[in-house]
Design a protein around this ligand. Sequence first.
Ligand code: PLP
Length: 441
Amino acid sequence: NHGAMSASDDVLATDLAHVFHSWSAQDKVNPMVIDSAEGSWLTAADGKRYLDFSSQLVFTNIGHGHPKVVEAIANQAAKLCTLAPAHASQAKSGAARRVAEIAPGDLDSVFFTNGGAEATEHAVRMARQFTGRNKILSRYRSYHGATSTAITITGDERRFPNDLGTMGTVHFFGPFLYRSVFDSQTEEQECERALKHLEQTIVMEGPSTIAAVMLESIPGTAGIMVPPAGYLAGVRALCDTYGLVLILDEVMAGFGRAGSWLALDHFDVVPDLMTFAKGVTSGYVPLGGVAISKKIRDFFGERPYPGGLTYSGHPLACAAAVATIDVMREEGIVEQAAALGTDVFGPGLAKIAENHPSVGEVRGIGAFWALDLVSDPQTKAPITPEALAATVGAAKQAGLMPFSSGNRIHVVPACNISPEDARTGLDILDSALTAADDAIG
Ligand code: PLP
């Protein structure tokens, strides 16, 4: 009896009947039906409101439903909804110019994609063409997307079922003091040892076989490890010494997330290629891309670039990017993210760590924070999946939508969440973490 069903049941039943879900065993998914969203608040179909501490998959950097961006998308749809990539449009030119302004150094040319994984694919293809070499070096603790090449460059365990071992990718360890594989005691040691390890990897793999080193400026899903001072500059120096392309992935860490326009702005480093997606449109319309240095752009000056996408530079997506960047500039959203980090999340999460033995470490910057949860503070053994699920469940029950990955909860709200809402979310998290403490023996 269709009439007796609530609208929510209908949506859920139809979803379970017909939607195939990412990364999931299909019989075990249990999606929440969301009806609407505004700013930092989501409204579920049953009317319950949730404070969004996830920015979904860390992309609604300006919050949900910003009226200026929504209007810009509607206006673009009415005027010129779509266009083949060979043509020029005001939206595409405007988005490319703004990305070039934000990107460092001479990364003044932009190839647009539909998202982050395609940005990885094309950055890697450009590096391979440019060097005439195949191998890509990337961090074990990384995520670069789920297409065939991107998932093998990805270091984390999502690679395993997709890894045919034939894609010319090699992984290395980056700096991560809390779980140091180098037995370091200080950030300086960790930085120096991680750079030595990378250099040895380059030498032993053979520099003449390597196209590029690719890494997230600040690893995101892998745990938000802000690199120690000097690490990225050290990687840049190694790439220069051995003639390798440096690709920095700003898909998650960029566009305000780290309290700066790009995460790389915190470090004295200019890559040869930079990938972006997510926050560039706050996810309102899918968009990603590669910002390209002059020497690589000029390499394709006479010879054609062997790659393209039907929707490269799609007007709707580019109009969303223009409006998002303009709103971020007008409203000082990057500055807001920086202030959230220093005034609210830094001190607030430090206090939470003091209150809860299950919080092994708090780390982050801007609106980009991770709580590394443990079942034993001494050995740093990760929290059990059951205890993490109980913690996340308690947070949701209390009206907070957190982001969890591995053994961690990430605090990654909109960059313009109000300090009051941010504190409300921290209070809920503080209470929910008693569920994690309970699991400590
Ligand atoms: N790179 C990073 C750092 C990411 O966090 C992600 C997605 O989470 C990607 C690339 C892939 O982006 P997409 O899911 O848009 O393909």
